[in-house]
Write a protein that binds this ligand. Structure first.
Ligand SMILES: Nc1nc2c(c(=O)[nH]1)N[C@H]1C(S)=C(S)[C@@H](COP(=O)(O)OP(=O)(O)OC[C@H]3O[C@@H](n4cnc5c(N)ncnc54)[C@H](O)[C@@H]3O)O[C@H]1N2
Ligand code: MOO
Length: 404
């Protein structure tokens, strides 16, 4: 398993940085140090709705001894008024409005009678009170974000505040998902005898989107070698990565393996893991687009995505670490595991003061999707362990946790 992951990660390169509008960059990795072109705040402004004053004029002001000042003007946010606060006067001011010349402090409206011609003020503000100073948050020329930061709402906030409309970020990988199999039908259509709904292309499309990719779910191609090759060739123009499912084991119609083996650029190793033994990985076309040919069994396809494809997607996006977070926990159930294979057992895990606990859900069969839908973790059983007893310490891959 580790060898196969090494082959995969050795082959996949981070996508080149791309100039992105801010909202497209949410969730992406920043590829530049961002230096602010302006100071924040950009100018001295009021932190309160109230009156811009000279604090010295209000010495001794109190509830019993309010001081009355003439109001010589009004400034709203976004307005620049050529008003000067001279000694013994004040200006009505709103939160965010630029401080008028001459004023050194702001009295909140709650300390006053709210007058418009004259105002009675019943408390003296400390000098500089409720004034937000230019540059106290960010100085022009200061670095506000480091390259390699993952852009979330808090980072987008500062980018917008310093006036950036676009940033250089690693783009979302474009992932093409194809499922193969003559027995497959689209959900919503009518099933004939021996037919099943294509769940894999949906599972993998959902998982790739959750991992941050832009997904093109091509859907079903039957087991015709030419149609499979034509579909893959057609899709390459819009793919940074291709995922197929089905047709990679030993059956008479396992044509994915058959046609891609001929190309010589895709290998089909048997990986010592369960589920997910038959794997295929390589590159397609002039641009050497990475392709994963995952096994058709639905749980095998999903587990293979988690342990091989998701790390590759994260590498394309430049997001470390590549692998899911693993934690230690207690297995509440006992079960057998095959010798020589790393087994991934579907489990429902929860954490409490005593740490992580996990119960197995559903059976071990690679076709059992009911149990998979109730799981949120995989118990990882090492190759040399053949029995897990209830109460044993195990490693858990947490499937819903942000990698971190
Ligand atoms: N003689 C052997 N038979 C099998 C072996 C083996 O080593 N020797 N390996 C088994 C293992 S392990 C797996 S995993 C599967 C892998 O099979 P393929 O990748 O060739 O996939 P298919 O044969 O096309 O399908 C397997 C199974 O999965 C169902 N399937 C396929 N695609 C979908 C889909 N899109 N949505 C839902 N279900 C899907 C398909 O109907 C089959 O039941 O091979 C074992 N056999
Ligand atoms: O790998 Mo198969 O994936 O054991 O069902």
């Amino acid at each position: 398993m580790d060898e196969h992951l090494e082959v995969v990660l050795g082959r996949v390169r981070a996508l080149p940085a791309f100039d992105q509008p801010l909202m497209e960059a949410v969730g992406l990795v920043l590829c530049e140090d961002v230096v602010s072109g302006l100071s924040l705040p950009g100018f001295d402004n009021s932190a309160m709705d109230g009156y811009a004053v000279q604090a010295g004029d209000l010495a001794g002001a109190s509830q019993d001894n309010p001081i009355s000042l003439p109001v010589v003007g009004e400034i709203a946010a976004g307005r620049v008024e050529p008003i000067v606060v001279t000694p013994g006067t004040c200006v009505r001011i709103m939160t965010g409005a630029p401080m008028p010349r001459g004023a050194d402090s702001v009295v909140p409206v709650e300390w006053t009678d709210g007058g418009t011609a004259n105002v009675r003020i019943s408390q003296q503000p400390p000098l500089g009170a409720s004034v937000r100073r230019a540059g106290e948050d960010v100085q022009a020329g200061e670095k506000v974000l480091d390259r390699d930061t993952v852009l979330g709402p808090r980072q987008i906030a500062v980018l917008a505040a310093v006036g950036r409309a676009r940033v250089s970020a690693r783009p979302r990988p474009r992932v093409v998902v194809v499922s193969t199999g003559a027995e497959l039908r689209e959900p919503g259509s009518r099933l004939g005898e021996g037919q099943i709904y294509d769940s894999n292309s949906y599972t993998l499309a959902a998982a790739a989107r959750e991992a941050g990719a832009v997904v093109y779910r091509v859907g079903i191609v039957d087991d015709d070698p030419k149609r499979i090759m034509d579909t893959l060739s057609d899709q390459l123009v819009r793919a940074d990565l291709v995922i197929t499912t089905g047709g990679v084991s030993k059956g008479a119609y396992d044509v994915v393996k058959e046609v891609l083996t001929k190309l010589g650029t895709v290998d089909f190793p048997e990986v010592s893991m369960q589920p997910g033994k038959p794997q295929g990985f390589g590159v397609l076309g002039e641009d050497e687009v990475p392709i994963f040919t995952l096994p058709g069994n639905p749980v095998s396809a999903y587990v293979s995505f988690e342990v091989f494809v998701r790390p590759a997607l994260r590498k394309l996006m430049g997001q470390m670490p590549y692998q899911r977070q693993a934690v230690q926990g207690v297995s509440l159930d006992g079960f057998k595991s095959p010798a020589g294979k790393r087994q991934f057992v579907r489990a429902a895990a929860s954490s409490s003061d005593e740490g992580w606990m996990a119960s197995t859900v559903g059976g071990h069969g690679s076709h059992l999707l009911g149990g998979l839908s109730r799981s949120n973790a995989l118990i990882v059983v090492p190759e040399d362990v053949t029995t897990v007893r209830a109460g044993d310490q195990v490693e858990l891959l947490l499937l819903d946790e942000e990698t971190g």
